[in-house]
Design a protein around this ligand. Structure first.
Ligand SMILES: Cc1cc2nc3c(=O)[nH]c(=O)nc-3n(C[C@H](O)[C@H](O)[C@H](O)COP(=O)(O)O)c2cc1C
Length: 316
């Protein structure tokens, strides 16, 4: 157990937040992280209110731990926000101007509100909008990257600039990393790439294998995978850009999102899950610089326990 303002606010016993990753953060992964004492996060992206409601009810039945819901602003379905806030402890947003009306809706329905930010200005705007937590995301992060600053300088600025608990994101995969950000004053760590290689992850096995054999130098901050979501930098494995660019056809495969089957356009934002078929190597293989420390597939509960014991060892 590690007690911080973040764990106290959300009711977790360890200061670890699973990143909500569409196709990867399955209900099973959310439950496993919540059972291990962290904050499990489920992605609402592209889900209808009824599918979201059903899934959150299932998650709630399976864990007595805490979980939340993540919304990507460019894909926001406003009808889903109240559904999420009534059924989870924590509702957060990413990639858009902090919006006081959305935050008020989260509060009115009983959840804590959070915004993942990439700059000090955005962190201040999130606090002014009423968020009780901000996540400071450095450019080391896997997936879509909001700002232009790497984690430590950003964390320092944000900690000085806001009064709410700050969770650090980007490049964190070991207990030593967790100890480092807690030592800097973060109230928790949000972790994505490390959990892609967990037993409960929904990531396609070829994607997971590619992560295990990669290092930070194999990742690249790019705008290559911009179909469905333009002008949004993201960090992926460089090999995926090469494979997608070399591919001749407009569609590289097929996948399922919620209760629908859809084509995966070449250079689209969709990352491959176990329900994806086609040219997996040519899809958006999101990876943070933390990938250097992703060396095996482990149950998420063991990953959380290892992070906590590693952090305790590093801090003592
Ligand atoms: C596969 C993948 C998908 C992601 N999808 C989302 C998302 O839908 N919403 C979001 O807020 N962040 C998303 N992120 C970014 C994370 O919130 C977080 O900033 C990042 O994973 C931290 O860096 P790390 O991957 O090195 O741990 C995603 C990250 C990855 C790796």
């Amino acid at each position: 157990m590690i007690d911080t303002p973040f764990t106290r606010l959300v009711g977790a016993t360890v200061p670890i937040q699973l990143a909500a990753m569409p196709g990867v953060s399955t209900p099973e992964l959310v439950v496993a992280v919540a059972d291990a004492g962290g904050l499990g996060m489920f992605p609402a992206t592209l889900l209808s209110p009824s599918v979201l409601e059903q899934t959150l009810d299932q998650i709630g039945e399976k864990t007595s731990g805490v979980f939340g819901v993540n919304f990507l602003m460019p894909f926001l379905d406003p009808d889903c926000v109240a559904v999420a806030a009534r059924r989870s402890r924590f509702v957060e947003f990413f990639y858009g101007e902090p919006d006081a009306k959305l935050v008020a809706q989260v509060h009115a329905n009983g959840a804590v509100a959070c915004w993942q930010v990439g700059s000090l200005d955005e962190a201040i705007a999130a606090e002014r909008a009423g968020c009780e937590v901000v996540v400071a995301q450095g450019t080391e992060a896997g997936g879509h990257v909001r700002g232009r600053t790497s984690l430590l300088p950003l964390l320092s600025e944000v900690l000085d600039g806001v009064g709410v608990p700050v969770v650090a994101a980007g490049g964190i995969a070991t207990g030593r990393d967790l100890a480092a950000v807690l030592g800097c004053g973060a109230a928790g760590a949000r972790i994505g790439t490390r959990f892609v290689a967990s037993t409960e992850s929904g990531a396609h096995p070829s994607y997971v294998r590619a992560l295990i054999s990669a290092t930070a130098a194999d990742t690249c901050l790019t705008e290559a995978f911009s179909v469905m979501w333009p002008d949004a930098p993201h960090r992926v494995l460089r090999s995926a850009i090469t494979a997608a660019t070399a591919h001749a056809e407009g569609v590289v495969g097929e996948t399922r999102v919620g209760d629908q089957t859809m084509a995966v356009p070449r250079l689209s934002v969709i990352c491959p899950s176990t329900e994806t078929t086609g040219h997996i190597e040519a899809m958006a293989l999101y990876a943070g610089e933390s990938v250097s420390n992703v060396r095996s597939v482990r149950p998420a509960g063991e990953i959380v326990a290892e992070l906590v014991s590693g952090a305790a060892a590093a801090r003592s």
